[in-house]
Design a protein around this ligand. Structure first.
Ligand code: PMP
Ligand code: GLN
Length: 379
């Protein structure tokens, strides 16, 4: 076995969801809505499945979806993008893997923030690189320019930025993004920007893509996911956007990971990206579930950290009067309380306790209420 995988456990998302699949536990762990996704997109996929080609689509994605992604970002984020800069992938997961495999060479150092999504560091290692961690600290999880600069060496070739950030639900400010862009330009770094949560922001917080900042167009790989924009996580339709030469490079990895992805869902997502009404309805639903979870947690006496984005809320255990570390809390919550959560220590390399536990809010209010009721016994 390859040592990176031989040393690795199963991802926490699968471990927690597996414990919930028999219906005996409330699943506030892995991030996915408990509804079935927008009917408009499911109908569009059914139509495409019945009437359009079900054979291999073009390797870079169906032209309709590549055009729709470019048009969506021109319209919503002011990006200067056309079809040539878009590659469709099987979820953001594949886009991230393709980006890392195509950009990271053996011996390279790659800056990764802690906490961050559990794919980044192992895939950097599998590509022969070394992840170099820069810590973000609660409650605001701010990017500190001096700390990042101090982690850069002559071997640093790339940085992985996840904005908005899973698991914290935090969003980088304009000043922080400007600092990140300046560091990338000054040190000639490629930025792999995981922006899958770009559409799931609340309280009027804007999304700014690092790709749009001065000097970043030629050095940024921006990654998105229909799973998060529409609440269709099982479809695994994602994409990456980059300058055409960079996109072609990443496509060299994509062609040998999956080559392409199911055409019917690609056509449906292409239709969906033009539907501001559908996007707005999904967003409004998540604004309601977020309010509901925050209210339930406050009523039960839990202290939460500010999280202006994502499907997640983070409990500060100590401030909630709970004297357990996060992994122990999540373990007891799932086995004794019957509710799955995600400890933030799952997003740090050494698994060191963080004192913070992540809950997913995009569920029926009755499900949220039952989950919080079961968690409240630990206070
Ligand atoms: N990156 C981040 C930060 C995520 O939160 C997720 C999904 N939870 C992904 C990537 C993977 O996205 P997809 O399901 O489209 O593969
Ligand atoms: N992004 C999802 C989360 O953070 C999980 C995705 C996965 O299961 N790989 O919960």
């Amino acid at each position: 076995a390859h040592p990176v995988y031989a040393a690795m456990g199963e991802t926490i998302f699968e471990a927690m969801s597996a414990l919930c699949r028999d219906g005996s536990r409330v699943n506030l762990g892995q991030g996915f809505p408990d509804d079935n996704g927008p009917p408009e997109l499911r109908d569009a996929a059914a139509r495409a499945l019945a009437s359009r080609s079900n054979q291999y689509p073009p390797m870079a994605g169906v032209p309709e979806l590549r055009d729709a992604v470019a048009a969506f970002y021109r319209r919503t984020q002011g990006l200067d993008l056309t079809r040539d800069g878009v590659i469709v992938t099987s979820g953001a997961t594949e886009a991230l893997t393709a980006a890392i495999l195509s950009v990271v060479a053996p011996g390279d150092e790659v800056l990764v923030f802690a906490p961050s999504y559990d794919l980044y560091a192992p895939m950097v290692r599998r590509a022969g690189g070394t992840p170099v961690f820069v810590a973000l600290t609660p409650p605001a999880w701010r990017y500190d320019r001096a700390a990042i600069a101090a982690a850069i060496t002559p071997r640093t070739t790339a940085i992985i930025v996840n904005d908005p950030l899973n698991p914290t639900g935090s969003v980088a400010s304009a000043a922080e993004l400007a600092d990140l862009a300046a560091l990338c330009s000054d040190h000639d770094l490629v930025a792999i920007c995981d922006e899958v949560w770009e559409g799931v922001r609340f309280d009027g917080v804007p999304h700014r893509s690092l790709l749009s900042l001065p000097g970043m167009a030629e050095r940024t790989i921006k990654i998105g996911s229909a799973g998060k924009l529409f609440g269709l996580t099982g479809w695994k339709i994602g994409w990456l956007c980059a300058a055409p030469a960079m996109a072609r490079l990443v496509a060299r990895a994509h062609q040998f990971l999956t080559f392409t992805t199911m055409p019917a869902t690609q056509y449906a997502v292409a239709e969906g990206l033009a539907r501001d009404d559908v996007l707005a309805r999904q967003h409004a639903g998540w604004a309601r579930t977020r309010e509901a979870l925050l209210r339930l947690l406050a009523d039960a006496g839990f202290a939460v950290l500010p999280a202006p984005a994502t499907w997640f809320a983070c409990i500060d255990l100590a401030a909630s009067g709970i004297a357990l570390d996060d992994a122990e809390f999540s373990r007891r919550a799932v086995h004794e309380g019957g509710v799955a959560t995600i400890p933030l220590s799952a997003f740090v390399e050494d698994g060191a306790p963080t004192g913070v536990v992540r809950l997913c809010h995009c569920k029926d209010e009755a499900v949220l209420a039952e989950g919080v009721r079961r968690l409240a016994v630990f206070r």
